[in-house]
Ligand binder design. Structure first.
Ligand SMILES: Cc1ncc(COP(=O)(O)O)c(C=O)c1O
Length: 497
């Protein structure tokens, strides 16, 4: 191969970069890749540096330095006076093949569990836009205050906070205990609180500490898919229990085979929004005590209520210490904060604290210290109060649009959900198909059918997140949804039997 050809091979894959360092690295990578793929075989002469530099519009030094690096790493040999060649040693070595795609759908080599997790993914990479559920509005979050508090706790003077945490930052646990006493009628000591990186981790810890593989765990159906996936990954047996307008509705005979654990969202059933009735709460607690069943109470957005005070917790009602409470800062502050907490019965404190430290190695004490001060200084409740008004206006507007434009085609269940609006179809419309059509039109919603485990419990409709959509930006995406529903009713193309 003459040097004109090798010059051409290198130029084909070279793209100009904005800096000299970038150009050098790019050139190095192009040549290395050409060698590894044998487009430049062993013994091939590389173009003289002056010629390659002119060809690519580079400084000669850039080319010299890229060649030098490849010589040091053994890809090239260089002899004074006779030029630079691809190393012969490369010809005797098995060259690692670069995978065709860096990001792919490779599944072989995974465990059965890993395969299950990868195949059942429901998390979305898209986290903004009308009407993606699950996300609060961060535009109004007091970031300046938050930044000041973070800065204060990330100074040398506070260096003890740079260590591992053990159960969480004490003063944060104290302010959370006070807050829960005031807002949820919960009486617990700070020692019963464990700080974790989000509700998913809280549930994972509960499942690992309280259940063995194969144990039955009841879940609301439809219910939160994230919890379902976390539970499934711990190899428990997830048993779907239907929900109605009063929340989770196990039949009396279901208790003939009592579960080891129950995952519920009693303050606002996710996604349908029902509040678990007092009668059902008492029944659940009675059975839990009798059968020694653990109840995990997911209280994900209880702070955000419009027409009613936050609902008292199941934990607070239980005298038998069978309930583990999970609260999160994701919905009130922001999801990427990844701070949540568990409140565990007194006799589980030690085991859970050890389990948490052994499994996840806690940290983030600086953020926890900032959060403790944020709450103590009143910023947290002020933010909630402010956002409640903003969210209520958005919720009322979206509900009014849906009722006026789709009245007769949908029903909107009575719901205490703070950040999303469940809308049920009264016609057998294919909600998953409509959701994918909506995405192509720039609008996102979650089809209600995706939350079902047992097809018998499937509800058709939309879970619409309104929290991050200003009132003045609601009409256009809502109009898109209405048009798609009308078109599919006219065409009969998007119906489910
Ligand atoms: C019902 C429910 N519980 C829990 C969570 C997760 O909360 P975290 O961000 O604390 O993991 C979500 C997130 O969307 C949710 O919808």
């Amino acid at each position: 191969m003459d040097t004109r050809l090798s010059c051409e091979i290198i130029s084909q894959s070279f793209e100009a970069q904005p800096t000299e360092a970038g150009q050098r690295v790019k050139l190095y990578l192009c040549i290395r890749q050409a060698i590894l793929e044998r487009r430049l075989g062993p013994g091939t002469a590389l173009p003289p540096t002056r010629i390659l530099a002119a060809e690519l519009g580079l400084g000669r030094n850039t080319v010299v330095r890229a060649y030098d690096q490849l010589v040091v790493e053994g890809y090239l040999d260089s002899a004074v006076g006779s030029g630079t060649f691809v190393s012969d040693a490369i010809g005797r070595t098995r060259v690692p093949q670069r995978p065709k795609r860096m990001v792919g759908t490779r599944r072989e080599g995974l465990s059965r569990r890993g395969n299950r997790i990868a195949s059942n993914a429901s998390s979305s990479r898209v986290q903004t836009g009308a009407f993606m559920p699950g996300f609060p509005d961060v535009v109004h979050f007091p970031f300046a205050t938050w930044r000041r508090l973070l800065a204060k706790h990330t100074r040398y003077e506070e260096r003890h906070l740079a260590q591992y945490g053990y159960g969480g930052y004490g003063p944060l646990k104290s302010v959370i205990a006070d807050y829960l006493r005031a807002t949820r009628m919960m009486s617990c000591s700070p020692q019963q609180i464990l700080i974790v990186n989000g509700s998913h981790q809280a549930l994972d810890l509960c499942a690992r500490m309280l259940c063995d593989p194969g144990d039955a765990v009841w879940m609301e159906d439809p219910g939160y898919w994230g919890a379902r996936n976390v539970l499934a990954a711990t190899d428990v047996n997830v048993v779907p229990i239907p929900v109605d307008a009063n929340g989770i509705a196990p039949r009396e005979e279901d208790w003939d085979r009592p579960p080891r654990m129950i995952f519920v969202s009693p303050s606002s059933q996710y996604p349908m929004g029902a509040v678990l009735s007092l009668e059902r709460r008492l029944k659940l607690l009675e059975h839990a005590e009798k059968h020694r069943t653990w109840i995990i109470e997911d209280d994900y957005d209880n702070e955000i209520r419009y027409h009613a005070r936050p609902v008292a917790s199941l934990f607070g009602l239980s005298s038998s210490q069978r309930v583990i409470y999970v609260g999160t800062f994701s919905k009130v502050m922001y999801t990427g904060l990844r701070l949540a907490y568990l409140v565990v019965p007194e006799d589980l404190v030690e085991a859970f604290t050890i389990g948490n430290a052994e499994l996840y190695r806690e940290g983030r004490m600086q953020e926890q210290a900032a959060l403790a001060e944020f709450i103590e200084a009143g910023h947290f409740t002020a933010h909630i109060r402010r956002m409640r008004g903003i969210y209520q206006e958005r919720r009322d507007r979206l509900k009014a649009i849906m009722e006026s434009r789709l009245g007769g085609l949908v029903s909107i269940p009575d719901s205490l959900a703070g950040l999303h609006l469940p809308v049920r179809f009264l016609q057998p419309l294919d909600d998953a198909d409509l959701a994918s059509q909506a995405i192509h039109n720039g609008v996102i919603f979650r089809p209600l059918s995706m939350y079902a485990i047992d097809p018998k419990n499937r509800q058709l409709g939309m879970n619409l997140g309104f929290a991050a959509v200003p009132v003045e930006k609601m009409d256009a995406p809502a109009d898109t949804i209405v048009r798609l529903i009308e078109a599919s009713l006219r065409g009969g193309g998007s119906r489910r039997g």
